[in-house]
Design a protein. Structure first.
Length: 317
């Protein structure tokens, strides 16, 4: 049977164009990856850049950098960690959601953090170790379209909240050091609505000042945050419990990262998926970690690492 698109014999007419040529594929989704751990950022960037319909527009090491990158690149989705030095993710969240959908991508599992992130506008909450690469990509695509995504820990936090009859807007207290810039940034969002367009179209230097004549606009902003806000679990700032001295353990950077995962309750499979290494490599690292910490179990090693073991110099309370 002759091809209907081929020219008739003796005809000089070109074959008709396919109707699908008028519909080119959509441009790839632009993503900003914000995480203070360079290994996590590199892994996420490599993973996402391998997809034909996703591109990583920028990386950021804290909330302020994430905001500036979002202003510059106008991403379709922002992947945001919770605990970062300088400006933490919870503090930056109310600013970022005015620019692009935000999904929290973090190790932080506390239910009050999950609830507060959603209260401030996060479109999803994914806990490392609870999703596959394909599930992460699917979540990014869905959140761009307004469909929320939660991994089991985050979903469990929401379920517990509903069972307790709590409202997400109730504002459960956060662990000390997280979200201190929020004071009025979120609550005064309605008062700042007239200035929203100026806020999200201004150059990166906008963080340094708010419109001085704007009524109800808070004087606080992300540029005024103290450097100790939202520090990771590896230490606390002045006025808080002193961080344990971990230098004596002499762990390598990778070993310290894996020890952080162990202390957070992750198993070997989850650590391997998060660090993009094999489970055998994880076991080898753990054996060396246990030898350096003079520990025979994960719980004993975690107690020493977190400074809660007897004689560590840091109390549990």
């Amino acid at each position: 049977m002759p091809d209907p698109t081929s020219p008739r014999p003796g005809s000089q007419e070109p074959p008709p164009k396919s109707p699908f040529e008028a519909f080119p594929p959509p441009p790839p989704l632009k993503v900003v990856v914000a995480d203070d751990n360079p290994v996590v950022r590199a892994g996420l960037t490599a993973l996402l850049s391998g997809r034909s319909d996703i591109t990583v527009a920028a990386e950021a090491a804290d909330g302020r950098q994430a905001y500036e990158a979002a202003l510059q690149h106008r991403p379709d989705v922002v992947l945001l960690d919770v605990r970062m030095p300088g400006v933490d993710g919870i503090s930056a969240l109310p600013y970022l959601v005015h620019i692009a959908p935000v999904v929290m991508l973090t190790y932080s599992r506390e239910s009050e953090i999950v609830q507060e992130a959603l209260r401030r506008g996060a479109g999803g909450y994914l806990v490392h170790g609870e999703f596959t690469a394909d599930q992460l990509v699917a979540a990014i695509r869905d959140i761009k379209e307004g469909r929320a995504h939660f991994t089991p820990t985050a979903a469990g936090a929401l379920l517990a909240q509903l069972r307790q009859g709590q409202s997400p807007a109730g504002g459960m207290p956060l662990p000390e050091g997280l979200g201190q810039a929020d004071a009025t940034a979120y609550e005064n969002a309605s008062a700042r609505a007239p200035y929203l367009h100026a806020e999200i179209t201004s150059p990166p230097g906008y963080f340094d000042t708010y419109p001085p004549s704007a009524p109800g606009v808070p004087a606080e902003n992300l540029s005024q945050l103290q450097p100790d806000v939202g520090q990771s679990s590896s230490g606390w700032s002045s006025g808080r419990p002193a961080a344990p001295d971990r230098s004596r353990f002499q762990l390598s950077t990778r070993e310290a990262e894996i020890m952080d995962h162990i202390a957070s309750g992750m198993n070997n499979q989850q650590i391997a998926a998060t660090c993009f290494i094999s489970e055998k490599t994880v076991k080898n690292h753990i054996n060396r970690i246990f030898a350096k910490l003079h520990s025979t179990s994960r719980s004993e090693a975690a107690a020493k690492w977190l400074g809660t073991a007897p004689g560590s110099g840091r109390g549990v309370g």
